[in-house]
Ligand binder design. Sequence first.
Ligand code: PGA
Length: 256
Amino acid sequence: MRKKIVAGNWKMNKTYQEAISLINEIINATEKLDIKSEENKLIIIAPPFPYLQKAVEMTAKTLSIKIAAQNCHSEEQGAYTGEIAANALQSLGVAYVIIGHSERRTYFNESNEFLAKKVNVALQNKLTPIFCCGELLLHRQENTHFDIIKKQLHESIFHLSKDDFRKIIIAYEPVWAIGTGVTATSEQAQEMHAYIRNLIKDAYSNEIADNTPILYGGSCNSKNAKELFANIDVDGGLIGGASLKSEDFINIVNSY
Ligand code: PGA
């Protein structure tokens, strides 16, 4: 059975003190929820880099919460001032890493090929990639959105072996919905998630496609999460703005 996952991407927000308060609130709220095992419902928190170690320590006893980095570099190590290596993250106990977020693609010119290297280095260092894909509004208007997603997946993750692909989480995040307050309709989300699952079926197998979590991201909040998550191929969400307040975030977790 696929995992149900709600991941909070804090982006470049929160001071250290604010981060600690928010993590504490999420831990307290999670302990009241009926989450018996990390197998069926998983909460992932992706705070800024400097807070990762503390976040890992704080959540160590709460099995349903895992910590993700928001990025890693494509090389193992070396002279890349200001960058963070996957093995550095792994050595802190970080388990997941977001790769290919549209903000990285747009502001840092990260190409599909470059992201493929990041996916490789993450997996080599036992990090689970949360691989983001998504089309621009223009692509949807031109009706090329399916082609764009297909290209992103083919060029960044479909080179992986079956064993490695089994470790991947995909997040479909239409760029026009990220941080805009305009969310994809439930039908648009389901249609694209089913399309992605079919691509995985063709590239790998029915079994692998059935077991790959595909999250929706883009203005997902406590009001629309229930409807989005009710779709058969939507396995949870990657949440930006609404992950910055514990009440909103936990309401989203509860929408599943
Ligand atoms: P948003 O961001 O929920 O603020 O739209 C989602 C994301 O960027 O992962």
